[in-house]
Design a protein around this ligand. Structure first.
Ligand code: CP
Length: 304
């Protein structure tokens, strides 16, 4: 039995295999609409979500399976004080795999120690979001035709943005990747990512505070929202929330084949006027998220 807790839990070969499955499903979706018949996905969302929960649910339904779960722990026995271990042991008696989002870093890992079914980390606090990373990698592959030889700008809240942490870990394994880290100094990448991934693996990276000074060098621009829910102090959030706003004017100096990604939701960091730019990939990214989750479910349930 496999769990997906960290973006490094899958080898590059396994990620490639998921891409192949997702591409097969995208090509001929009808051929796969019953492969999860009689299987049930449990969705335990202790934190709000639109894309991750809906795409997991849509993915399972499109494969012919069923979904049960909660999007609000207040409607479950969590409010009576039930532990994660007991919730997981209970839900695992009813379902074939579990997608779990939790505000506490490490909660899905903890859950995996008690689970009799595969656990998928659907985002844990400011730590990791491995299925968003699979989504991001598939989007890059489909858009750029490669996941190598890329200069990737990561812009915004690099401190609390779990999608950034997962993506840096996973994409650092590909050839000739260089990062441009664009953030206010208060929201720089955590020290463990800098030391254990970037420095240890000798990945080229630079850190800057403005988007304008680097936008013309980028192949990928990965925008992120300032994560209000992770701030201890509202005044700091207000001060930093509009640090970066991507608009048409800023894009004038960007490459013609730049790919703009964003895990979403966005707040102000990408102007709506950018949505019509052919370089905007964030709504395609949303759709790839469903297909890669279909592939992941099929693989973890060993039906493909
Ligand atoms: N990208 C992402 O995790 O979005 P949601 O919070 O809406 O699931």
């Amino acid at each position: 039995m496999r769990h997906l807790v960290d973006s490094m839990d899958l080898s590059i070969g396994e990620v490639e295999e998921l891409f192949e499955i997702a591409e097969r499903i995208m090509e001929k979706e009808d051929d796969y609409r019953n492969i999860c018949k009689d299987k049930i996905l449990g969705t335990l969302f202790y934190e709000p979500s639109t894309r991750t929960r809906f795409s997991f649910e849509a993915a399972m339904l499109k494969l012919g399976g069923q979904v049960i779960g909660f999007s609000e722990p207040g409607s479950s026995s969590v409010t009576k004080g039930e532990s994660i271990a007991d919730t997981i042991r209970t839900v695992g008696s009813y379902v074939d795999l579990i997608a779990m989002r939790h505000p506490k870093e490490g909660a899905p890992k903890h859950a995996s120690h008690y689970s009799t079914v595969p656990i998928i980390n659907a985002g844990d606090g400011g730590h990791q979001h491995p299925t968003q990373t699979l989504t991001d990698l598939l989007t890059i592959k489909e858009t750029k035709g490669r996941i190598s030889n890329l200069t990737i700008g990561l812009c915004g809240d690099l401190k609390f943005g779990r999608t950034v942490h997962s993506l840096i870990k996973a994409i650092s394994r590909y050839e000739n990747i260089r990062f441009v880290l664009i953030s206010p100094k208060e929201l720089k990448i955590p020290e463990y990512i800098r030391k254990e991934i970037l420095i240890k693996k000798d990945i080229p990276f630079s850190e800057v505070e403005t988007l304008e000074e680097v936008i013309d060098t980028l192949d990928i621009l990965y925008m992120t929202r300032v994560q209000r829910e992770r701030f201890f102090n509202e005044a700091d959030y207000i001060r930093l929330k509009d640090s970066y706003i991507l608009d048409r004017e800023k894009l004038q100096s960007a490459k013609d084949d730049l790919a703009i990604l964003h895990p979403l939701p966005r707040v102000n960091e990408i102007s709506y006027e950018v949505d019509d730019d052919p370089r905007a990939c964030y709504f395609k990214q949303v759709k790839f998220g469903m297909y890669i989750r279909m592939a992941l479910i099929a693989k973890l349930l060993e039906v493909m």
